[in-house]
Design a protein around this ligand. Structure first.
Ligand code: PLP
Length: 448
């Protein structure tokens, strides 16, 4: 029975149309801490922080007040032609100091996709200006998620996204997904698996020619691929290969940046030394659209040199470095550095303990994660790791049943993904896993 007379004029991104037609949308009305409420007053524990981003609570007063003050002072301005709000200058100074590598410049976009897209543009800009116009190939991994613009959807290594629009563009190559549990050979250790993937990388570079490759994109932990932490020794094996051939490493920290993995950056958790870091989502705790590209001094110098000919950097976005967004980001960093990050560190052991305890459920093949992020991968057979038949849509069913039980958790492939707000308490972690276990039991009873 249609609740909202669907379809409506609103085009829903990444939403299941038959479900919408049958049930209507969940109209989100308000939020409070780690909970949101729909327009019928139903309460949900937000196990995904919205889309990994609303980490400081859905009613964070400091951020709201900061936004109100910033709107009252300078509600809008751009950053072209040498004009800029003070907050953008302050934020940039702060971000380069916080960066996981030596860094000295930040460029602002409006989303993670735009930021990654701009990185590609800058890499191609350097290729052109440095006399290597053929240096255009971009390396990514299967199951990666880097965005939804044409180039970033091409970097995204999810099959349905690619095939849906005839992507990737010809400049992108996808390497093996570094998921040990699914992709390793029988009895292959994590470090051996990592070595094999480094060899694959080197072979790919040699086959195409190092001079043709513009950069290697990697999330420290693959997020939308289903929370896949890298196997032991992965970046330690990959990075020397990139260095050997002079290929920049771009750490897509859109999810991991600012604390999610239990270190301030995913790069620190996994020993990455990137040339460029891309941040978004958490930088404003979801309260304002923002993407940030953080550059090493070497990248900055090359971009400055290449730009000199044009007497300006030949790119920019109308609302990039928005004064209100930058003020909110400063307040979000105050909150993160002032206690929320410490809470991630303090709560992560309990979160991981309860996550891993779910592995005893008959439907769960792997429970994996790090910090305050995790996934449960559903299997029909724990021994063979055989997935459930596609038409059962098990992860989708779990997510829909969880919604009925008051928990928001996201189905990604065969996995259920969790990434609660940084401010979650131990009691709320227990509440989350209590609802999830009840939900898995209900779905299992249905399909067994
Ligand atoms: N990169 C990563 C790792 C992401 O998870 C996402 C979004 O989920 C993006 C990039 C794209 O960000 P946006 O949706 O803000 O364009």
């Amino acid at each position: 029975m249609s609740r909202r007379n669907y379809p409506s004029a609103f085009m829903h991104p990444f939403s299941h149309i038959p479900t919408l037609e049958e049930e209507g949308p969940v109209i989100v009305d308000r939020g409070e801490g780690v909970y949101i409420y729909d327009d019928r007053g139903r309460k949900y524990l937000e196990g995904n922080s919205g889309l990994w981003n609303v980490v400081l609570g859905f009613d964070n007063k400091k951020l709201i007040e900061t936004a109100q003050r910033a709107y009252a002072k300078l509600p809008a301005y751009h950053a072209f032609f040498g004009r800029v709000g003070q907050a953008a200058l302050d934020l940039s100074e702060r971000v380069v100091k916080l960066a996981p590598m030596e860094a000295n410049r930040v460029f602002y976009a409006n989303s993670g996709s735009e930021a990654n897209d701009t990185v590609v543009k800058l890499l191609w800009f350097l290729a052109e200006q440095e006399g290597k116009p053929h240096r255009r190939l971009l390396l990514s991994r299967k199951n990666a998620y880097h965005g939804m613009t044409v180039i970033t959807a091409s970097l995204t290594g999810k099959d349905y996204v690619k095939s849906a629009s005839g992507l990737p563009v010809k400049e992108v190559r996808h390497l093996t997904c570094p998921h040990h549990w699914r992709e390793a050979l029988p009895k292959e250790s994590e470090t051996d698996f990592s070595q094999r993937l480094a060899l694959e990388l080197e072979q790919t570079i040699r086959n195409t020619g190092p001079d043709y490759i513009a950069g290697f994109f990697a999330e420290p932990v693959m997020g939308a691929g289903g929370v896949i932490p890298p196997p032991e020794g992965y970046f330690q094996a990959i990075q020397p290969v990139l260095k050997k051939y002079g290929i920049p490493l771009i750490a897509d920290e859109v999810i991991c940046g600012f604390g999610r993995t239990g270190e301030f950056w995913g790069s620190q958790t996994y020993g990455m030394k990137p040339d460029i870091v891309v941040a978004s989502k958490v930088i404003t705790a979801g309260f304002f659209p923002m993407g940030a590209i953080i550059l090493s001094p070497e990248m900055t110098e090359r971009i400055d040199k290449a730009s000199a000919k044009y007497e300006e950097l030949p790119t920019g976005f109308t609302t990039g470095a928005h004064p209100v967004g930058c003020a909110i980001a400063m307040a979000a960093l105050d909150e993160i550095e002032g206690g929320a990050f410490a809470n991630v560190k303090a709560r992560s052991p309990e979160f991981q303990k309860q996550l891993r305890a779910m592995a005893d459920h008959p439907m769960v093949g792997e429970a994996r994660g790090v910090g305050l992020m995790g996934a449960l991968e559903m299997v029909a057979d724990k021994k063979t790791k055989a997935p459930f038949a596609g038409n059962l849509d098990v992860s989708e069913r779990v997510s829909r049943q969880a919604l009925k039980n008051g928990l928001i958790c996201r189905p990604l492939g065969a996995s259920i993904v969790l990434a609660p707000p940084f401010i979650i308490t131990d009691a709320q972690i227990s509440e989350l896993f209590g609802i999830l276990r009840k939900t898995l039991d209900e779905v299992y009873r249905d399909i067994a």
